[in-house]
Design a protein. Structure first.
Length: 216
């Protein structure tokens, strides 16, 4: 069985069945290897925000800082001080932006629900962070390409998202149980993205990747 909806990252169709649980079916793209759910399974914006409002991300929580350090530490090793960055999908408590500011960088904030400042999306940056964001994106191709276009030459895009497990394990994978998670990436997905962008790809772990834009 196949589905006729196109991959939301590379537009390939048809997609192949990947896994099913009691609430949703999941489909994989043969080209970019992104696993995704049908748009019919998307939550409404109101339901989506209600889910985000339940998240407890305390900027004073050392465990939350350690979690974000998975991205901050390797990114800071690659940045010149000072650099200018954007924390995309920063949420109501932008701790990552605070951490990067403490390291000597200037930060802009954007979040569709909590910091919906469209002006920051018209500017260009030395680096952009997207931590625990990519899996929520509905128009994933539009947003990732838009972020890439906002990077200056030599700039870095840091993405933190859990990379999916194999199809037999997927139905029991905790990460897909959040109904706001609709797009799931693998290392092969990021390799495909890097090829499309002619980018340098550093796969830091099974949840953090860094992509560097070519310098002029």
């Amino acid at each position: 069985m196949t589905t006729e909806f196109a991959c939301r990252l590379c537009q390939h169709t048809p997609l192949q069945p990947f896994a099913t649980d009691r609430r949703r079916s999941y489909w994989v793209c043969a080209v970019c290897q992104m696993v995704q759910v049908n748009a019919a399974n998307f939550l409404s914006p109101e339901a989506e925000k209600a889910q985000y409002d339940t998240h407890v991300n305390d900027v004073d929580d050392p465990r939350y800082r350690q979690f974000l350090a998975r991205t901050a530490t390797p990114l800071l090793q690659r940045l010149k001080v000072p650099s200018r960055g954007l924390d995309f999908g920063c949420g109501p408590g932008p701790l990552l932006a605070k951490m990067l500011t403490e390291a000597g960088h200037s930060m802009a904030l954007y979040d569709a629900f909590y910091h919906p400042d469209q002006q920051v999306l018209t500017q260009r940056y030395d680096f952009i962070t997207a931590t625990e964001v990519a899996e929520h994106l509905h128009a994933v191709d539009e947003w990732l390409n838009r972020l890439w276009a906002m990077l200056l030459p030599g700039g870095w895009l840091a993405i933190q998202t859990r990379q999916y497990v194999s199809a037999p394990e997927f139905p029991n994978w905790y990460y897909k149980n959040d109904l706001t998670h609709v797009s799931f990436f693998s290392p092969s997905t990021f390799v495909w993205l890097a090829e499309q962008w002619s980018a340098k790809l550093d796969i830091i772990s099974d949840e953090v990747v860094l992509l560097q834009k070519a310098s002029n």
